[in-house]
Design a binder for this molecule. Structure first.
Ligand code: ZN
Length: 136
């Protein structure tokens, strides 16, 4: 029997996030509501899978991720591993504009849905598949 060598699948339990980063995301989402807020997820080193910092995008822009994350704003910084934005509803499903952004930039993306608590967010891969993100 022959097996074709497959690409290593994304490891679902690799990513972690500091609790305080998540709480900051909820606070930003709450204070921007009913507008959406956007930010970048940052690790402490390029080899780390622990999200330790939220980098905010100045100003609040209503609309979906494509309005918040303009191409010229996407930083070239390898400790920035992805994006976060809020949705004004409990629905955390990525929109088609969100998916286009995810595919273009970053490895992990968080969508925080209303009411911006622990039970109302999800993390996604660049393909839009749900990723388990462990809170530490
Ligand atoms: Zn969105």
């Amino acid at each position: 029997m022959m097996f074709h060598k497959k690409k290593t699948p994304p490891q679902p339990n690799l990513w972690k996030i500091n609790q305080n980063v998540l709480e900051l995301i909820f606070e930003c989402a709450k204070s921007s509501y009913p507008n959406e807020f956007g930010g970048f997820l940052k690790t402490d080193t390029t080899k780390s899978f622990i999200i330790t910092e939220l980098v905010l995008i100045p100003g609040t822009i209503s609309g979906d991720a494509h309005a918040i994350f303009q191409m010229h704003m996407l930083p070239i910084d390898y400790t920035i591993v992805g994006t976060v934005h809020s949705h004004p509803s409990p629905n955390t499903t990525p929109s088609s504009a969100d998916l286009a952004l995810f595919e273009r930039y970053g490895k992990i993306h968080i969508i925080s849905g209303y009411p911006y608590v622990n039970s109302s967010w999800n993390a996604f891969s660049y393909k839009g598949d749900k990723i388990k993100l462990q809170i530490i």
